[in-house]
Design a protein around this ligand. Structure first.
Ligand SMILES: *Cc1c(COP(=O)(O)O)cnc(C)c1O
Length: 417
């Protein structure tokens, strides 16, 4: 029997009782967001240093985006791709202009964009490269995160993401991230693509050695293998350029975008590619009921325009430097490494000091929201609209949070923060 809610049940109790236990949220219930701030049900204000894993790069409820959303919602929201709409073309044109690609295929979530890339790469392999049917291989990097579909978790190197979800799709091989010699050894005549994140986000903001992406580009060109950059998290200004691969002057054959593409309001994603790659799709090959809907297209176009108009790439670049140098200047012995690019920053916490989650809980008490990844990393990825002063506040709060964790450890029996 499903228990019924008493009038006094809090939203969090209901979530815990009726939801699947596939997340372990920090103990805070958010009710409102505006710009870089979030408010909880007690009226407490927090600085958002997480921005929904980059989905809220423009800040919460950006007035321009909310206006486009509400106007478009009142006019035409969803039609399916059975018909043309006046919103899709302009969105795709802008996407291609901003990414340097020739065609774009709109989906909703990042995982769907990656699935689209995998299908395109395989079909390109069979129809253009001439790989024998059923033999296509796609190389991925260890530590990858590309979503949660059964195919995608099948090539994850994270045991928990796979545990209990097999059997998995064949045709994937994994090589160490950042190791160009390993990539070269993995390429065979059947290899159709190398799928790679320019910086690994979920793995803990892992930055590859300089020149890695450029060398991968050269290898892929030489072996007639598609280079597909998964820029779902790193794209759209997060690292200080529209695309993170642009830091090395790399033009991939295809790339995936998501997260920030929906302006923090809707799920909007896309696979963008050169003509030769996207050209393999025929009517009926692939699709999505909601993909490319006029509401998502209008918001996506507005988001791309905003990225340029507000100069958010440049902001991310110099505020990211400020954030990283501020964190390093804390000179706290528990901070083993501060790394990242632009406003995608990871702080490696000495596991002997505390679990990264403990630090995030202490940070929550200091009014700053962040999230641990892989037990030892605290990530900082605020909206790109954050100010220099707010960056400094976050750094100071982080210093206080570390001190609070230490103080908690000095008093046995008392939990940190
Ligand atoms: C988040 C993410 C995805 C998956 O996006 P969803 O919208 O959660 O499906 C894919 N690739 C990368 C690099 C991501 O960070």
């Amino acid at each position: 029997m499903v228990p019924t809610a008493s009038p006094t049940s809090s939203a969090r109790d209901l979530e815990q009782r009726h939801g699947a236990r596939n997340y372990h949220p920090l103990p805070v219930t958010l009710v409102r967001g505006e710009g870089v701030f979030l408010w909880d049900d007690q009226g407490r204000r927090y600085l958002d240093m997480m921005s929904a894993y980059s989905a809220v790069s423009f800040g919460h409820s950006h007035p321009t985006l909310v206006q486009v959303l509400t106007e478009q919602a009142g006019r035409l929201a969803v039609t399916s791709r059975a018909f043309h709409t006046d919103r899709l073309g302009p969105f795709l044109a802008r996407l291609c202009r901003d990414t340097g690609m020739e065609r774009a295929l709109p989906m909703n979530t990042g995982a769907e964009a990656v699935e689209t890339a995998l299908k395109a790469a395989r079909k390109w392999g069979y129809k253009i490269k001439g790989v024998p049917e059923g033999q296509a291989r796609i190389v991925v990097a260890e530590g990858n995160f590309a979503g949660r579909t059964t195919t995608i978790v099948g090539f994850s190197s994270e045991a928990q993401y796979r545990d209990g979800f097999g059997p998995f799709a064949p045709g994937f091989v994994s090589v160490p991230y950042g190791d160009i010699a390993a990539l070269e050894r993995a390429l065979t005549p059947e290899t159709v693509a190398f799928l790679v994140e320019p910086i690994q986000g979920e793995a803990g903001i892992v930055v590859p050695p300089p020149g890695y992406l450029r060398a991968a580009r050269e290898l892929c060109t030489r072996h007639n293998v598609l280079l597909i950059c998964d820029e779902v998290q790193t794209g759209l200004g997060r690292t200080g350029r529209v695309l993170a691969c642009q830091h090395e002057g790399v033009v991939p054959d295809g790339l995936t975008l998501g997260k920030a593409l929906g302006g923090g309001l809707l799920p909007v994603s896309a696979f963008c590619a050169r003509e030769e790659v996207m050209g393999v799709f025929r009517p009926g090959d692939h699709g999505s009921t909601f993909g490319g809907n006029p509401l998502g297209a209008a918001v996506g176009l507005a988001a791309l325009e905003l990225l340029e108009r507000e100069g958010l790439c440049e902001r991310a670049l110099h505020l990211g430097e400020r954030l990283m140098s501020g964190l390093r200047a804390l000179r706290h012995p528990a901070l083993q490494q501060v790394r990242g690019r632009g406003l995608l920053v990871g702080v490696e916490i000495d596991p002997a000091f505390a679990h990264a989650r403990t630090v995030c809980e202490a940070l929550l008490h200091e009014g700053v929201l962040s999230k641990d990844t892989h037990d030892t990393v605290v990530r900082f990825a605020p909206p790109l609209t954050v100010s220099a002063g707010q960056i400094d506040e976050a750094v100071q709060a982080f210093g206080r949070a570390l001190a609070a964790v230490e103080a908690g450890q000095r008093r046995p029996g008392r939990k940190a923060a």
